[in-house]
Design a protein around this ligand. Structure first.
Ligand SMILES: Nc1ncnc2c1ncn2[C@@H]1O[C@H](COP(=O)(O)OP(=O)(O)OP(=O)(O)O)[C@@H](O)[C@H]1O
Ligand SMILES: [Mg+2]
Length: 372
């Protein structure tokens, strides 16, 4: 056993020489930091062995061990060092292979995680890459669907404008050339001309609103309003259309739930939901508008008796220009803008809009933050 002072001396000597070699090792690692992993691992192995060798030589010089012991120790270290170097190079190669597998996977289309076993960090990177690719693919699909619906919108808008315009022209010409003269027909023509102009005006107005939403120029002028007042206003506004169709509209809302919204815009969104609900409910059916609180948010729902929306249509009803298969008769129904506008307005209010089939029809729900 070495006496305490000698032990301290040995420790200090070994530490100083190891630190010196370690410093050189770090400097070399800095120089080769852009080289391959195997090279850097080899530097680590060589630095470790060199630190041990330097320590042994320093201790021999301070005469704590004989030169015979030194040679034995150096031989042992040399052999261990060679093995360490070999292991480091093997590890470096394996890392390089794993890395190469990842690179190949990234270049392939689509990305599939490499089948081989990866070290934890690379495995995590691979999982993240896979998730990123999935998000990218989803965004691409969304983008394509949007582009398709935009093309469809342009086609429908031009068609929907052209058909009534041709009708308007024909009626105007007939009146001008006095082809129709009997009072009854003239009155009917005037009535139809007004109705068509109203419909076209509404469509142009919807297009304008949609373009404001999409270009981000929709400015909300918020004011405080009770959820019950909002529901009452929507019910009252829907009354004439509902009566004309023989549909009952019922509204109910919890009192004292304040919202801070642009009432004109939000009413427009809700009106679109209610008009749809009435339009798709057979006469004698009913439409229910409910307002309640849940999870610190206001929940508005519009339920109808439309018989349910086909499952494959549910995710698409909010798309611009989407209007279900049954509505594809020219000149009938709307342009498929109502729900896209409703979604845009609700989202501008930091709210969410959704649809699900429920009971005898479907239920549109709007979730909005409550005012503080
Ligand atoms: N309450 C509902 N019940 C059944 N189907 C609905 C309902 N609301 C919407 N849909 C379906 O979703 C489509 C899109 O609705 P949206 O309100 O966006 O357009 P639209 O009513 O056809 O036209 P617009 O609202 O521009 O006059 C409708 O054409 C219809 O097929
Ligand atoms: Mg509509």
């Amino acid at each position: 056993m070495l006496p305490f002072e000698a032990l301290l001396d040995v420790t200090a000597t070994a530490a100083v020489s190891a630190l010196a070699v370690g410093g050189i090792g770090l400097a070399v690692l800095r120089l080769v930091r852009t080289r391959r992993m195997a090279v850097q691992l080899a530097v680590v192995a060589v630095a470790t062995v060199s630190a041990i060798v330097a320590g042994i030589i320093a201790i021999t010089l301070r005469m704590f061990i004989s030169s015979h012991d030194r040679d034995v120790a150096l031989t042992v270290v040399a052999i261990a060092g060679l093995v360490g170097l070999g292991v480091a190079v093997l590890l470096g190669r394996r890392l390089a292979r794993a890395n190469q597998a990842l690179v190949t996977a990234v270049r392939a289309e689509p990305f599939t995680a490499p089948a081989q076993v990866l070290p934890a960090e690379l495995a995590e990177l691979s999982r993240e890459l896979e998730a990123a690719y999935d998000r990218l693919a989803a965004a691409h699909t969304r983008e394509q669907a949007l582009e398709a619906s935009r093309r469809e919108l342009v086609a429908w808008v031009s068609h929907d404008l052209r058909t009534p315009l041709a009708g308007l022209r024909a009626m105007a010409e007939a009146l001008e050339d006095e082809v129709v003269v009997d009072e009854e027909t003239v009155r009917r023509y005037h009535g139809r001309i007004r109705a068509e102009v109203d419909r076209l005006t509404e469509m142009v107005d919807d297009l304008f609103e949609l373009s404001r939403i999409h270009s981000g120029t929709l400015r909300l002028s918020r004011q405080r309003v009770g959820l019950d007042d909002l529901v009452a206003e929507i019910v009252a506004g829907a009354e004439p259309l509902a009566r004309a169709k023989g549909v009952r509209v019922r509204g109910a809302a919890e009192r004292g739930l304040p919202l801070e919204v642009d009432t004109a815009e939000l009413s427009r969104a809700l009106r679109n939901l209610v008009v749809n609900a009435i339009r798709h409910t057979p006469s004698d059916g009913s439409v229910e508008i409910l307002g309640e609180a849940g999870d610190g948010r206001a929940l508005l729902s519009v339920a109808d008796c439309c018989g349910g929306i086909p499952a494959e249509d549910l995710p698409r009803v909010f798309d611009v220009a989407f209007r279900g298969e049954s509505a594809r008769t020219p000149g009938e129904g709307g342009a498929g803008l109502g729900l896209a506008i409703a979604r845009g307005i609700v989202e501008a209010h930091e709210g969410e809009i959704a649809v699900a089939n429920a009971g005898p029809g479907c239920r549109f729900t709007v979730e909005l933050p409550l005012a503080r």
